[in-house]
Design a binder for this molecule. Sequence first.
Ligand code: GAL
Length: 409
Amino acid sequence: MYGTRRWLLGASLCAFAAAAHAGPRADVIHWWTSGGESAAVKQVEQAYRAAGGTWVDTAIAGGDQARAVTINRIIGGNPPTAAQFNTSKQFLDIIEEDMLNPVDDIARRDHWDQVLPAPIVDVIKVRGHWYAVPINIHMQTWIWYSKAAFAKAGIGREPASMDELFADLDKLKAAGLIPLAHGGQAWQEILLFSMVLSNLGGRDLYLKVIRDRDQAAIHSSAFRQVLVAFKRLQGYVDPASPGRNWNDATALVIGGKAGMQIMGDWAKGEFIAAGQAPGREFGCVPGLGRDSPYLIQGDVFVFPKTDDAATLRAQKLLASVVEKPAVQLAFNRLKGSIPVRLDADDSQFDECARKGMAILRDPRRPVGVAEVYLTPDQNGALQDVLTAYWNTNMPVDRAQNSIASALRY
Ligand code: GAL
């Protein structure tokens, strides 16, 4: 009897020890699969483990695919503990359907109302509640260039206007290089278009078209010029670009085969993972001209609704780990992004990140990317027109009219 009791006690102590060891368990869906992205997310994973949690990694290549898996699992009753979304309206529907747990306690504790930039607050705070934990801020439309390629083409300084950009692309072409490294996927085409719209059209036209969906602005000759310039960029892209992943395009710049890529600052994570440094092998241009709009988005974790106490503990632990300054620093240095807090210490960041943080502190510069203002349906409709226009002989007038229809409702 005594022996059995002792065995039972021993067994339950072991079970207790195992449970204590296992700690909160987080099944996390994200789409960070490239070299730089994986290195960055490992930092969060390690910090979660160090805080006593168990991290179950579900990395799914491609943002669209990863988000679809998350939504299907939530609807199917088998939600992950946490999932990545962009800092945008992508998760508004699941907020409306009451499928997410709010994170109001952390938001209050960390004074998010005061320290986060407005375009971020606008999408994660809905009817007074906070529904996502932001992990970074990305600027989507940087120009990344190879210093060796620029030298080979005889380009002495960074472009500061659309005309200068085209002149540099011509020089790169003449030097026998791929002038513009592009990944021919719809989301990369809308990114390129947003760069042209914000730099050539400026902040006013950008916001009128993308935020206000102003029909007169969409039909204006200034917007027509934007569409013409966007399509002109296609003449500088190599024939192998359709379907290419963004990081394979970055690899062309890293290897000096291509001159430049217009891409979010997650591309910087690839240069760093390849052992390159800003100012040494590559350069970063945040926009054409001193006042160019700075198009921000970022990544958040959302926490699907649950009443299960263990899952709730796992969610809360992840939310607080992600917001720790040391985790923000370690993650963002490898990811290429900058911390979500405008008051973060930037002394340990590289020159591109410091440029970005300085711009972000100027309230005239940051605006949201298209998905911050448009619903997923509107964004999808705009993306469809732009991709068709980029990849076919669609006349500019038709593209302009189709964009007007796509953004009418
Ligand atoms: C973005 C995301 C970035 C980066 C990029 C490419 O949507 O915000 O974190 O991962 O996709 O994968």
